[in-house]
Design a protein around this ligand. Structure first.
Ligand code: PMT
Length: 417
C-alpha cells in the first residue's frame, strides 16, 4: 500500500458514535506512511477526546470552542485556508447527516465546513457517512449526498450493520481498513498533474428547434469524462464543461452543465484564461437553427417547414487564436474513413491552431460514440503521429495524458524563458 507514503490526510471528525474508530483509522494511516491532522466539530468531542487523537496523530487537534478556532497552541485567522492547502485529501469520517446538510448548502459555521468550502475546487474530499438508517434513507439526506457527489466529492459507504439505536440497517460507517484501502486507491497514480489546471469539454450540444425538438449527435460524454477523471486521478484541478449526458461526475472534478454550443462557449470563455491545458472532446453542433421556431410544438400537419441554420462559434478555434494566456490546446477529430483520418485531422489541427489533435475513427466497431473503449491517432504534425491502441476509455485517457505532459511542460518552459 505504498501509495500512502508521505500523503497528507486531514480527517474531519463529526459527532457520531463511529468517532471511536478514528484512533484506529489514524493508526493505520500512519503505519502506511501518511501524515494525519485532525479537525473536530463541537459534538465530536462527546464521542472521542482531542487528547487521544492528538496523541495518535502526533499533531495538535483543531477544534472550535465558543465559536473560536482553537489548536491548543495559537489562534490564526487563516487556519481554514492553510489546512486545506496542506492536505492531499480531506476525509470526513464519520460524517453525520448534519455535516452533510451543512456541506451541501455551503455553510461555514465551523472550522471543518470552512476548510471544506475553501478547498472544494482544488482538493479531493472523501466522505464516510455514519448515521441512523432512517436518517440516511431520508429524502433530504439522499438529496444532500447527490449534491455533494455532483460537486465531485467521494461518498464511501455507509454499510449495513447493527445500529446503536437498535435494529439493523444501512448507516454504519465503513471500517477503518476499508477507508484506508479506498484512500490508497485514490493515490495509485503518480500525482504528475498536481498544480495543473485543465478544462475538458464533453458530450454533445443540443440546439433547440421548438419546445420539443433539437439538433444534436450521439456523443455520450464517456470519452471526455474519462479524460477528466484521469486528470483528477493524477492530481490536476479539473473543470469539466458537459453537454447533456447521463453520467455521474467523476470524483474531484468541478462540473458545469450546459445545453447548447453558445452556452458551452460562454462557460469556456469565462475561465479559459486561468487554464493550463484545454481538451475539446465535446461533439459541438456546428450549426443551430437561426431562430427558435415556436414556443409550441410545430404543427405536424404543416407541409413545408423550413429550418434555416446558422453557424455556431467554433469554441476550440477561438482558444487557438488567443494571444496571451493561451492554454496548451488539444482537439478531437471524429472521422469515418481510415484513408483520410490523419490528413483530415491534420487540416483541422492547422485551421484551429491546436497543439495536438486526437483522431478517432467512429465507424470502427466499438469505437467512438457511446462505446466503453476507443483507439486514438495522435496527430502532432503532418507526418508525425502516434497510435494508442484500443482499450477502455479511462486507460486511453491515462496514456493520452502521459504523451501530452512532457510536451506541455517543454512548451511552458520555453514560454517562461
Ligand atoms: O462522447 P462519446 O460517446 O464517448 O464519444 C466520443 C467522441 C467520438 C465524441 C470523441 O472522441 C470525439 O471525437 N469528439 C470530437 C468530435 C467532433 O466534434 O469532432 P469535429 O471534427 O467536429 O471537431 C473538431 C474539434 O473542434 C473538436 O475538438 C471539437 O470539440 C471542436 N469544435 C467543433 C465545433 C465547434 N463549433 N466548436 C468546437 O470546439
Amino acid at each position: 500500500m505504498n501509495n500512502l507514503q508521505n500523503k497528507k490526510i486531514l480527517i474531519g471528525v463529526s459527532g457520531s458514535i463511529a468517532a471511536y474508530k478514528i484512533p484506529e483509522l489514524i493508526r493505520i494511516f500512519r503505519k502506511e506512511g501518511a501524515e494525519v491532522k485532525v479537525v473536530m466539530t463541537d459534538l465530536a468531542r462527546l464521542f472521542v477526546t482531542p487528547l487521544v487523537l492528538q496523541a495518535i496523530s502526533g499533531y495538535p487537534v483543531l477544534e472550535n470552542r465558543n465559536g473560536m478556532i482553537v489548536d491548543n497552541q495559537e489562534d490564526c485567522s487563516i487556519r481554514h485556508i492553510d489546512l486545506g492547502r496542506w492536505a492531499d485529501l480531506i476525509l470526513l469520517a464519520p460524517a453525520t447527516a448534519d455535516l452533510l446538510a451543512r456541506m451541501s448548502i455551503g455553510m461555514t459555521n465551523d472550522l471543518l465546513t470552512a476548510i471544506c468550502l475553501a478547498a472544494e475546487s482544488e482538493k479531493k474530499i472523501a466522505i464516510a457517512p455514519s448515521m441512523n438508517k432512517q436518517m440516511y434513507q431520508s429524502k433530504t439526506t439522499q438529496k444532500n449526498i447527490s449534491i455533494l457527489k455532483s460537486r465531485g466529492m467521494l461518498i464511501w459507504g455507509p454499510c449495513e450493520g447493527e445500529q446503536i439505536c437498535g435494529g439493523f440497517g444501512l448507516g454504519r460507517m465503513i471500517e477503518p481498513i476499508q477507508i484506508v484501502n479506498l484512500t490508497s486507491r485514490l493515490f495509485q497514480y503518480d500525482q504528475d498533474m498536481k498544480g495543473i489546471r485543465i478544462m475538458v469539454t464533453a458530450g454533445p450540444t443540443q440546439e433547440k428547434i421548438d419546445v420539443m425538438k433539437f439538433l444534436s449527435n450521439y456523443s455520450s460524454g464517456k470519452m471526455g469524462f474519462a479524460i477528466a477523471q484521469a486528470s483528477a486521478e493524477r492530481g490536476a484541478e479539473v473543470t469539466l464543461i458537459s453537454g447533456p449526458v447521463h453520467l455521474d461526475t467523476p470524483p474531484c472534478v468541478h462540473r458545469i452543465n450546459v445545453i447548447s454550443a453558445l452556452e458551452m462557449n460562454e462557460e469556456v470563455q469565462k475561465i479559459i484564461k486561468k487554464q493550463d491545458i484545454f481538451v475539446g472532446c465535446a461533439a459541438v453542433s456546428d450549426y443551430r437553427p437561426k431562430q427558435f421556431l415556436s414556443e409550441e410544438k410545430i404543427d405536424s400537419d404543416l407541409k413545408n417547414v423550413q429550418l434555416t441554420l446558422t453557424k455556431n462559434p467554433d469554441i476550440i478555434k477561438n482558444i487557438g487564436r488567443m494571444n496571451s494566456d493561451r492554454p496548451y490546446t488539444i482537439g478531437f477529430s471524429a472521422e469515418t474513413r481510415m484513408e483520410n483520418l490523419i490528413s483530415n485531422s491534420y487540416i483541422k489541427k492547422t485551421n484551429k491552431n491546436l497543439d495536438l489533435i486526437c483522431a478517432n475513427n467512429i465507424a470502427l466497431k466499438n469505437h467512438g460514440f457511446h462505446t466503453e473503449g476507443n483507439s486514438l491517432h495522435l496527430v502532432w504534425s503532418k507526418d508525425k503521429f502516434e497510435f494508442i491502441p484500443y482499450d477502455h476509455k479511462i486507460k486511453i485517457s491515462h496514456q493520452l495524458l502521459s504523451k501530452i505532459l512532457p510536451r506541455y511542460e517543454e512548451k511552458s518552459k520555453h514560454q517562461n524563458t
